[in-house]
Design a binder for this molecule. Structure first.
Ligand SMILES: *Cc1c(COP(=O)(O)O)cnc(C)c1O
Length: 218
């Protein structure tokens, strides 16, 4: 993939996004040169799912304005590495992970911004809270320290299917939950990837995470 193509892909997607929707360009597995092409085209938000890769890219692009998003499942033993670099951690899916982020953020004197991942897909293997677990977690959160974590909203992934109606229903459920549970300051409903971001947009996404449609297939 050439720099000009990446710039054109970014521009084409941006032109369809309303101002209040943030584009996270998912650069996982892609080399520095392609990330640089995106940055040169004015892209600021980049998404990575492997902690080690996020850290080495963050260090490489240290002198440039990048907001790093950790987007996939995050293991508690990797929290320490990701906290110093992440602008937003997208997939908090357990009280244990939340507490770990709180602890490492407090000891490094940072406020970490996070999203809670909700399980909306019909597939078993996707991570995230069920509706009941999300309710229980938000109750519990009042009793556990959260001085150094700010929850900005919710994130979810739809089922990998061609059934656009099903995808639409899953995103709608996420957006409804977002509206219902929003304590007032939540501003981020992260949903939509290369194959389904237009559907997500239609259902009220405020943040899309797009990789292959920008950088080519992996
Ligand atoms: C890889 C990934 C994406 C981007 O996937 P594409 O289909 O390449 O757009 C988005 N969100 C998460 C959580 C991912 O792991």
């Amino acid at each position: 993939m050439e720099s000009a193509t990446i710039a054109a892909n970014l521009q084409a997607i941006q032109s369809e996004l309303p101002n209040h929707v943030t584009l996270v360009a998912v650069s996982k597995t892609k080399p520095f040169e392609l990330l640089q092409a995106a940055l040169n085209a004015g892209q600021v938000d980049l998404g990575e799912n492997r902690v080690q890769e996020l850290v080495s890219k963050a260090e490489h692009f240290d002198d440039q304005t990048v907001r790093w998003h950790h987007i996939g499942h995050l293991q508690t033993n990797k929290v320490k590495m990701v906290v110093p670099h992440a602008h937003l951690i997208h997939a908090v899916d357990s009280p244990r992970l939340f507490k770990e982020i709180q602890n490492h953020s407090a000891s490094s004197n940072r406020i970490s911004q996070v999203l809670l991942q909700m399980h909306i897909a019909s597939e078993e293997q996707k991570f995230g809270f069920t509706m009941d677990e999300l309710h229980a977690f938000l109750e519990e959160i009042h009793r556990i320290p959260s001085t150094h974590v700010r929850i900005n909203g919710l994130m979810g992934m739809a089922t990998f299917t061609n059934d656009e109606k099903q995808i639409g229903r899953e995103f709608k459920a996420l957006r409804n939950t977002f509206d219902e549970l929003n304590p007032g300051h939540w501003d981020t409903c992260s949903m939509g990837m290369s194959g389904d971001w237009r559907i997500a947009l239609n259902e009220g996404s405020t943040m899309v995470r797009i990789g292959s449609a920008i950088f080519g297939s992996r």
